[in-house]
Design a protein around this ligand. Structure first.
Ligand code: SAH
Length: 353
């Protein structure tokens, strides 16, 4: 297996059969080896700096019914909320003062958050924080809506494709949702000029090694600027409550594979990974991740944005806990960067936004 890791580092590419071996034959020593290779590649690009993004969960209302997600429309136990523009701007202010230069607005597909409202929100943030990046993660919208948000000043968009396999997609989503539509959204986002992020949940129910290989190949073709990889974690009020969480090791392996294939990508060590394991955040970075996204949402609402059970939002997961995060990173030889942290291929356009 070591030979495939070396080949992947050198050529940034493997044949599907080679990927299959890598994904199925690894042991603890080999995982450590690939994590180290990925870490070196990451350090060549980014040094020992970790970018921070302030995550603001703007609404937990959603018209969709994804079987894995805790805030799905069909979950009657969710206390629904939607932040006002004023409250979101207050989160940005707090984040800015703490040193954040990227705000990530994430939420369900909330019908009350119309395109007009989102456009206006983005404009206000852009006016108030001309030096910050604005990232949106608000699900599937029309191309026209994405264009409007982009013109209003949004720079980046996160939309995980979740799985590239139609059969697998159908098992995770109800009939009214569509994989081709999600993939079209990603294409539109790229064409419009967003720094685009996609990715998958590792170990989602029914996911096979073949599915993961297809995901890797899809991401290779799309060349997203950002890649979001976290373990599936069950939520007790969803149809998938009985399934087990994704594996820590497989998540770390995939983080390293993506780093070796995409040296300059922005890859977060996710909250889901930190929730799965107490040292998940650090291990993600040691596997090649270079971004963390502490929570800037109003503390009273954080518990209501529960995508899965026991979602971490305190300590190093919180924006207030930046000192704890800094200490955790220092323990493993890294430090927080307060730079805006655009994708290296995109830095030239930075001043225009
Ligand atoms: N509505 C937006 C944001 C979704 S939440 C959208 O459609 O993109 C962001 C991500 O959280 C999802 O893309 C999904 O990959 C992840 N997520 C949702 N439920 C999860 C679960 N039970 N376990 C792990 N990750 C989950």
């Amino acid at each position: 297996m070591i030979q495939w890791v070396d080949k992947l580092r050198e050529q940034r590419k493997l044949q599907p059969e080679e990927l299959r071996l890598l994904l199925t034959e690894y042991d603890a020593g080999q995982l450590e080896y690939i994590n180290r290779q990925a870490r070196e590649v990451c350090q060549q690009q980014f040094g020992n700096k970790i970018y921070i993004r302030g995550l603001i969960e703007i609404s937990n209302c959603c018209r969709n019914n994804c079987y894995y997600c805790g805030i799905r429309k069909g979950n009657p136990h969710v206390k629904r909320y939607r932040l006002s523009e004023e409250s979101i701007l207050a989160c940005c202010r707090q984040g800015y003062d703490l040193g954040f230069r990227t705000f990530v607005l994430q939420g369900g597909e909330d019908p009350a958050l119309t395109d007009e409202r989102i456009e206006k929100l983005v404009s206000s943030i852009r006016q108030n924080y001309p030096d910050c990046a604005i990232t949106l993660s608000l699900g599937e919208k029309s191309r026209e809506a994405y264009e409007r948000f982009f013109r209003a000043g949004a720079n980046r968009y996160l939309l995980r494709h979740e799985t590239f396999d139609e059969c697998h997609y159908r098992k995770l989503h109800p009939q009214e949702m569509s994989l081709p539509h999600r993939l079209q959204c990603l294409q539109d986002l790229k064409e419009i000029g967003y720094q685009t992020g996609t990715g998958i949940m590792v170990g989602s129910p029914w996911q096979t090694v073949e599915n993961i290989i297809e995901d890797i190949l899809y991401i290779e073709r799309l060349k997203p600027e950002m890649i979001g990889i976290g373990p599936f974690l069950p939520h007790s009020d969803t149809p998938l409550s009985g399934y087990s969480a994704g594996s820590l090791e497989l998540t770390l392996l995939l983080l390293s594979i993506f780093r070796l294939m995409h040296p300059s990508a922005l890859i977060p060590s996710t909250t889901a990974l930190a929730t799965l394991s107490p040292d998940g955040r650090q291990r993600g970075i040691l596997a090649g991740a270079n971004v963390v996204m502490p929570n800037l949402s109003p503390p009273d609402e954080r518990c209501n944005y529960a995508l899965y059970d026991n979602k971490a939002s305190l300590g190093a997961e919180s924006a207030e806990g930046l000192a704890i995060l800094q200490k955790q990173l220092q323990e493993i030889g890294y430090e927080i960067s307060k730079e805006r942290g655009d994708s290296p291929s995109q830095t030239i356009t930075k001043d225009k936004s």
